[in-house]
Design a protein around this ligand. Structure first.
Ligand code: GLY
Ligand code: MN
Ligand code: MN
Length: 436
């Protein structure tokens, strides 16, 4: 759990970067109606969660760097409503926002427009995530237009709206000690779910049974899936975003599970590929070995100062070498890499930032160059090979096999730390586990 004073520290840091004359405005996510009285499960906006720890809709955070020595944080939120609490459970309320979340002041959401219009007077820059809540953006722009007419007489109107993401997403890219400790636990729980699925797997079952094993493990640990689990057996493993998860598990097929839980807002994201019957076939072994080698080499390359693109390049080279050895690719190595022949079987990148979002925020390029890794960044490393069942360019034995191996990795000053290593990925270890 992230502590209240860490949220306060984040707000102070953001205010110090936004600087004098700034105002920061950030809205909570909206509730979405599924039908009549049924809502989609609510998930707070990650930026809002990062700065408040608040899990309620109908709220707005306003930061005022100029007020007091450390600036001031205001929250507009719903007032407690006894009637509503009978249906939906306890609400935060304005008192709770101050007492539980540590905001400096809190006001009912109904007062937001009136107060915000006044707070905008004499501010020079507005930091706001324009484009996320179109209705609010319209109101904000409307006020600014209105101010322009009056401003010269009585106050100074803000001159610019700046995308809040530039400052905030750079902060989110570097994980604190508290965040890493939550992410370690999320990694352990998600690895436990993969273990559970491996142990339960057998040919009479279906992909749906495996999906249920994962969700069972998440829920008993107080988590939810961070994204819809991908549970693809046989050729379904070649569909990168397969989520139907409803086919029978065939003896002799591989099963690819890409799934992770969300804990206190933080995602984990693990992929393992293992044989439905507990034993890899010869061709499955050969291909798996190539992906595993690529993954291990790419993880070993995750070092302070190494460029983001280098991690992908290490994986691409290892995958290309392996596929050339197996005769899946033919010709000259350099040409196979230069011309991107590997892209016939490996179409995605080797990873992404991980944090409050599964594909987390943060730039991958700085000043037009691939970004150097730094301690505190967390990324996934997830090479794969996917050969469709009807691919006549390759020998029949390789067809219909999809393999991906994915771990969550922290950049440190030294060896990379792997958050997801509680679940085996060496073939002998997987087979031994499945024999038990
Ligand atoms: N599960 C989505 C991904 O691996 O990026
Ligand atoms: Mn994944
Ligand atoms: Mn991933």
């Amino acid at each position: 759990m992230i502590k209240t004073d860490e949220f306060a520290r984040r707000r102070r840091l953001l205010m110090s970067m936004a600087g004098e004359g700034a105002i920061v405005i950030l809205r909570a996510a909206r509730e979405l109606v599924r039908n009549s009285d049924v809502l989609f499960p609510f998930r707070q906006d990650s930026d809002f969660l990062y700065l408040t720890g608040c899990h309620e809709p109908d709220a707005m955070l306003v930061l005022l760097p100029d007020e007091g020595p450390d600036g001031k944080s205001l929250l507009f939120c719903r007032e407690r409503d006894r009637q509503k609490e009978m249906w939906d459970g306890p609400m935060l309320g304005t008192d709770g926002a101050v007492e539980q979340l540590g905001l400096d002041e809190a006001f009912p959401m109904e007062e937001a427009d009136l107060r915000l219009r006044e707070l905008l007077h004499d501010r020079i820059r507005i930091y706001h995530d324009l484009g996320r809540d179109a209705e609010f953006d319209q109101r904000l722009i409307g006020w600014l237009n209105e101010f322009r007419g009056k401003a010269r007489r009585s106050f100074h109107a803000p001159e610019e709206i700046i995308d809040l993401g530039h400052l905030l997403h750079e902060m989110r890219l570097f994980k604190s000690r508290g965040e890493l400790s939550v992410m370690r636990r999320a990694g352990r729980i998600s690895a436990g779910a993969q273990l559970r699925a491996m142990q339960a797997c057998r040919p009479e079952l279906t992909e749906a049974h495996m999906h249920a094993e994962l969700v069972h493990e998440y829920m008993i640990h107080g988590c939810e899936p961070a994204y819809p689990p991908i549970v693809g057996s046989g050729e379904n493993a070649c569909v990168l975003h397969y989520t139907a998860n409803n086919q029978p598990l065939a003896d002799g097929d591989l099963l690819l599970i890409d799934a992770g839980c969300e804990l206190h807002g933080y995602a984990s994201d693990i992929t393992r590929t293992f044989p439905v019957n507990g034993r890899f076939s010869g061709p499955q072994r050969d291909l798996y070995e190539v992906v595993l080698t690529a993954q291990e080499q790419a993880i070993a390359a995750v070092r302070d100062g190494v460029q983001w693109d280098d991690i992908h390049d290490v994986a691409v080279e290892a995958l290309t070498d392996g596929m050339l050895d197996l005769g899946i690719l033919t010709g000259d190595r350099e040409a196979a890499i230069e011309e991107g022949l590997y892209e016939n079987y490996y179409v995605h990148k080797t990873g992404h930032w991980l944090g409050l979002d599964t594909h987390d925020v943060g730039d991958y390029q700085v000043d037009g160059h691939s970004r150097a890794l730094e301690p505190g960044m967390v990324l996934t490393v997830e090479p794969g090979i996917y050969i469709r069942g009807n691919d006549e360019r390759v020998d029949e034995r390789w067809r219909g096999i999809g393999i991906r191996i994915e771990d969550d990795v922290v950049v440190t000053r030294d060896e990379p730390e792997i958050l997801s290593d509680r679940v085996p990925k060496a073939m002998d270890d997987i087979e031994a586990l499945m024999r038990q």
